[in-house]
Design a protein around this ligand. Structure first.
Ligand code: NAD
Ligand code: ZN
Ligand code: ZN
Length: 346
């Protein structure tokens, strides 16, 4: 079968021919119908040898939906043909966190040489993907695979991020989303669907601000030297209650701390490598809380899929046949994609 693989660190991923896996023990083989392409895939492809704990080669693709093709002899759960999304942040499978579907915060994460499907383990940019256990599958019913796949990370991480700051997002509050790409446009929709907050977006691209508005944002502003002033003015000078940073450079972190009011919430999601100095006394807003959300939990994936099935979420996608995956990587790198690129195997 065809698979988009990271064959060596520091090189471009390549479409390779590999054996179709056979499910053993409790494993489940899923026929991939769609796989999302995340900005994290670019970070992985750009990483130098030794920067990430993964061992190359492996197949990329950590946002995956399809249907069950075959079951190992000990697998229980879904029937062959059932349509599913993959819960991707596979943990050790044995710790207290994994037992309740919080594999994203697995206690043994530091000892594993993967972060999940497509991140050190063979992923879904392929015709088939092997899943270690049926517990990593969530039924999607009649949701299209192209919608379901991006929900597995872009949707789930955004949902988990909003869930972590929900206490700060009551009536009369304001949230700012920085970076309106695959994750950000869904974060805007999730904020609108599940909180009463006013939502403002920040991006370097006008098209991304248009997507934010289409996703329900009350306004948007380009990332410029006066952005903090513009955002503060929109809150009558008070400052905002929450910032969801899907970029994570020093400039976006500084913007966040400038616009947050006392007791504000900052979630750093983007892997831009920026730094924020935490010091007391200092210049950070009093009461500031900073979180570093990583992916999301299995129950949250079920919730985000239910939200999409209810009609409250719509993933903006650009679809590409798996055979031209490299073109999709190039377009995402060039900032030319509206929403999420999705790869579809033939
Ligand atoms: P994307 O490429 O789809 O979107 C990024 C958006 O940010 C684009 O609209 C781009 O124009 C905008 N942008 C870039 N630089 C900017 C700047 N300086 N100021 C404002 N906007 C800017 O990316 P994505 O797939 O949505 O991922 C976003 C980030 O989140 C990436 O760093 C990715 O690695 C990370 N990520 C983290 C997690 C997690 O669990 N923490 C999960 C998935 C992705
Ligand atoms: Zn991702
Ligand atoms: Zn674990």
């Amino acid at each position: 079968m065809k698979a988009m693989r990271l064959t060596a660190w520091g090189g471009e991923p390549a479409l390779c021919e590999v054996e179709r896996p056979i499910p053993r023990e409790a494993e489940v083989l899923v026929r991939v119908e769609a796989a999302g392409l995340c900005h994290s895939d670019l970070h992985v492809v750009d990483a130098a040898a030794g920067e990430l704990p993964y061992r190359a080669p492996f197949t990329l693709g950590h946002e995956v939906a399809g249907h069950v093709a075959a079951l190992g002899p000990d697998a229980d759960g879904p029937a062959v043909g059932e349509r599913v999304a993959l819960y991707g942040p596979w943990g050790c499978g044995g710790c207290a966190r994994c037992a309740v579907g919080r594999d994203n915060y697995c206690d043994r994460r530091g000892d594993l040489d993967w972060h999940g499907v497509g991140l050190g383990r063979d992923g879904g940019m392929a015709e088939y993907v092997l899943v270690p256990s049926a517990r990593q599958l969530v039924p999607i019913g009649d949701l299209s695979a192209a919608q379901a796949a991006p929900l597995c990370d872009a949707g789930l991480t955004s949902y988990h991020t909003v869930a972590g700051m929900r206490h700060a997002l009551g009536e009369g509050t304001t949230a700012v989303v920085i970076g309106v790409g695959g994750l950000g446009h869904l974060a805007v929709q999730i904020l609108r669907a599940t909180t009463p907050s006013r939502v403002f977006a920040v991006d370097v691209r006008e098209e991304a601000l248009a997507l934010a508005e289409q996703s329900g944002a009350h306004g948007g502003t380009l990332m410029r030297s006066d952005t903090a002033r513009v955002l503060k003015a929109r809150t009558g000078g008070l400052g905002v209650d929450a910032v969801l940073d899907f970029v994570g450079t020093t400039a976006t972190l500084e913007l966040a701390t400038e616009v947050l009011r006392s007791g504000g919430e900052l979630a750093l999601v983007g892997s831009g490598g920026g730094q924020l100095t935490v010091r007391k006394p200092g210049f950070l807003p009093p009461g500031l809380r900073v979180s570093l959300p990583f992916w999301g939990t299995r129950p949250e994936l079920t919730e985000v899929i239910a939200l999409a099935r209810s009609g409250a979420l719509h993933v903006e996608t650009e679809q590409f046949p798996l055979s031209v995956a490299r073109e999709a990587f190039g377009r995402l790198r060039g900032g030319q994609v509206r929403g999420r690129p999705v790869l579809v195997p033939a």
